[in-house]
Design a protein. Structure first.
Length: 764
């Protein structure tokens, strides 16, 4: 009997109950969709890193001997150890002179490259080269092809024996790019026997260990007699930690978006169940009087939310894994290199679903408990009408000047505070999500303008090859009225002789101060670097606790001492973090200036014929490449707009539907008094419009917060300031208001169909 009653009640209140199920579905869809990407990614990473015997620590220095390697092996807790040579090289011009990180080694014990095609890496093969598979696929390079890499002043041409991937390059991005472009970045493994005897310099020792590698620093320093540059762990390897930051971001998103829809679902449950229980007061009293226990009646009403939320959660889990989760994995697999990345699932989703169902059911309990406390004899009689009290708005000094429509709706809002709050809160959240999606577009445009027109104040970028001498670079600079720029890996710290946890691995850029390659301050305005000082990027300054006027210590990857420089400017850059300094100050520190590129406002296409030039890029080419990589934002915008539409429609329709059902007798009375259907619809629409306007105003400042959090969650290697254009606020508000008006029209037919006789009979 109660089961049939539940089905009849659901049918009679289909819109509200369907909304509860839909909101539960969307909440779990968001959660499992993001989590499918995170869980699958972490599992694939674990398998990948385990099969590759991925390193836990990296010791950098100028040249490590076999004896030093053996001393590291003797340290208790350190397992596998391997020396190798890491050098940055360049590909041929036909491959866009891409950056190719070359690894020369005589063993394959730690961080073993995984073969995707061809033969496995052989450290004794002097004729072969193992190339990054994503780079090879992008350029159409096959196993068996010849490939040339320009490194350490000479060319190495070898046969591609295999295509490989490695955990060190789960994320790969060239120094001149703002995001992944596999045209411009790659790596290659070769035997150390390929190099001449005098060039076999092992500048790295990599090792695996028990626990964190940094805890072995004292033992390592003692074993090497402090003859090393610095020790790094996985968190210093951008190719690894970038994906860690991305997955952490998605994990937080899974909870944030789910919370928004669960919060709205609870408001719908509270208002729907409270109204239905009140309407069925006499039925509950009758069931109670006939001997049905209150516990059974309570379970009956709890079953509404339980059944609907369970159904929604079950569908949300399935859809989340096989639709959104699959979409996320496919999308991010374009930017990250992680073999066997598939959508994942864990017991956490079941626990979250159970918690969601428990919250929804518990909310119904609080809505139902009050009516069941009433004695059956009292419940059989209709509830006494509430005594009319002046609402708070009647105290307004201009109350008497308001028209009937305004006073009627203000009184109704005062009587139905929860319903009004649901409308405002839901619209506010919809506004926030809409701003988040459109704001992502604005941010991309803002960063594009800042990066390509402010920082890069030039029209052509000429990439120099490794064999280019400083004399040739100077001559090229004079011919094209340009500026030379050097760039290399560097470690920075807040004090001399720092411990590893106080060291940050980043980039050092050296400019000539011609203001073609510019530096911007924290307000994103370009400024010259004061002579005798350096510019330190904002995120790294905060991490080290430094500010303007403090000293920063830095050391190049091949350097053997820490250099001290005064910070003259805290700067910002979208993707190159570290320090920037003037050439004259760099050379005063005893360093040799080796430019990697020349930039100019003049047309430099003829420079491509110069022997010391690897490639020439125009600003148009660079912007086109950037825009192509940012196409992912289209999906983000569609995703946010869809969620915003669903949220606003569900909230406003439920708010309007509840308002209509609660005031149906009042509307019938107004019809008897001569009010037309249009006038009554105006009463209903006015309230929806008011709530939408308040929600829009409350939601205006909220979009920036999650957008900046989304940008900041990309880690310290990326610094994108969020920006929302004034048009975004206008478009978002206009969209919300349009949906509000359209939802109001859904009640037009229902108002026309009000049966005045039947409704008024029910009042007797």
């Amino acid at each position: 009997m109660l089961r049939r009653k539940m089905l009849r009640d659901i049918k009679a209140n289909f819109a509200q109950f369907f909304s509860i199920m839909l909101l539960s579905l969307i909440a779990m869809w968001c959660y499992t969709g993001f989590q499918a990407n995170v869980i699958g990614g972490n599992k694939a990473r674990s398998d990948f890193e385990s099969s590759s015997n991925f390193a836990d620590g990296w010791i950098y220095g100028s040249d490590f001997s076999e004896e030093q390697e053996e001393k590291i092996e003797e340290i208790s807790g350190i397992k596998d150890v391997q020396r190798r040579t890491e050098v940055l090289g360049k590909a041929d011009e036909k491959y866009n002179t891409a950056e190719i990180y070359c690894y020369f080694q005589n063993d394959k014990v730690v961080t073993i490259p995984r073969t995707t095609e061809g033969a496995d890496f052989d450290a004794n093969d002097e004729d072969g080269l193992w190339l990054f598979s994503r780079f090879a696929e992008t350029w159409g390079i096959k196993v068996g092809d010849k490939f040339t890499v320009h490194v350490m002043g000479f060319d190495i041409e070898k046969k591609v024996k295999g295509l490989v991937v490695t955990p060190e390059y789960e994320f790969a991005c060239a120094s001149t790019d703002t995001d992944t472009d596999f045209h411009n970045i790659g790596f290659a493994y070769m035997s150390q026997k390929v190099l001449p005897e005098e060039m076999r310099i092992n500048n790295e020792i990599i090792f695996t260990c028990d626990g964190k590698s940094l805890k072995y620093e004292d033992d390592i320093a003692k074993a090497l007699d402090d003859n090393y540059a610095f020790l790094a762990d996985r968190n210093s390897i951008r190719g690894w930690y970038q994906l860690s930051d991305e997955l952490a971001q998605h994990d937080s998103f899974s909870y944030i978006f789910s919370f928004v829809f669960v919060a709205i679902a609870l408001l719908v449950i509270i208002t729907t169940m409270k109204r239905m229980i009140t309407q069925q007061r006499t039925q509950i009293g009758t069931l109670n009087a006939l001997g049905m226990k209150k516990r059974k009646i309570m379970f009956h009403y709890l079953s509404y939310s339980f059944v609907l939320s369970v159904t929604g959660c079950a569908l949300g889990i399935i859809l989340g894994i096989y639709t959104f989760g699959r979409l996320m994995v496919n999308m991010f697999s374009q930017f990250y290199t992680l073999p066997d990345w598939q959508p994942g699932f864990s017991y956490k989703s079941i626990i979250v679903a159970a918690v969601l169902v428990l919250i929804c059911t518990g909310t119904s309990y609080f809505s139902c408990s009050q009516i069941l406390k009433i004695h059956p004899s009292e419940a059989l009689r209709p509830a006494a009408a509430k005594s009319a009290k002046p609402c708070v708005f009647e105290k307004l000094p201009f109350w008497d000047k308001l028209n009937f429509n305004a006073r009627y709706n203000l009184r109704d809002i005062s009587r139905s505070k929860m319903r009004a709050f649901m409308g405002v809160f839901g619209t506010c959240m919809g506004m926030m999500i809409m701003e988040l999606g459109l704001g992502a577009y604005d941010t991309v445009d803002y960063v594009r303008e800042w990066y390509f027109h402010d920082i890069q104040n030039y029209e052509y970028q000429v990439i120099l090859n490794d064999s280019c001498t400083i004399e040739q670079a100077e001559e090229l600079k004079e011919e094209n009225d340009g500026e030379l720029v050097a760039m290399e890996a560097v470690s920075i710290a807040a004090k001399d002789h720092p411990t590893s946890d106080g060291i940050i691995s980043c980039k050092l850029a050296v400019t000539e101060g011609e203001q073609l390659y510019c530096v911007s301050d924290t307000e994103l305005k370009t400024k010259p670097i004061p002579r005798g000082t350096v510019a330190l990027t904002m995120k790294q300054a905060r991490k080290l606790g430094l500010s303007e006027g403090d000293n920063v210590y830095w050391k190049t990857a091949t350097g053997d001492k820490w250099n001290e420089s005064k910070i003259g400017l805290i700067s910002r850059h979208p993707n190159i973090t570290g320090i920037t300094m003037m050439r004259e100050d760099y050379e005063k520190a005893g360093m040799t200036f080796r430019p990697v590129m020349m930039v100019s406002e003049d047309n430099c296409e003829k420079a491509a014929d110069n022997k010391c030039v690897s490639a020439v890029h125009s600003m148009t080419d660079l912007i086109e490449a950037f825009d192509k990589m940012m196409e992912i934002m289209n999906l983000l915008v569609y995703f946010m707009v869809l969620f915003s539409v669903l949220l606003i429609v569900i909230v406003l329709y439920n708010s309007g539907n509840l308002s209509f059902n609660e005031r149906e007798k009042e509307f019938a009375t107004l019809k008897v008094l001569g009010f037309k259907s249009g006038a009554i619809r105006k009463l209903l629409s006015t309230q929806n419009l008011w709530l939408s306007i308040i929600g829009c105003i409350c939601g205006l400042p909220l979009g920036r917060v999650p957008l900046q959090a989304m940008m900041d969650s990309n880690g310290d290697a990326v610094d994108w300031p969020c920006y929302l254009a004034p048009s975004t606020y206008i478009i978002s508000a206009a969209f919300v208001m349009t949906v509000s008006v359209l939802v109001s029209f859904l009640f037009s037919r229902r108002i026309k169909k009000i049966d005045m006789v039947e409704v008024l009979k029910g009042m007797e």
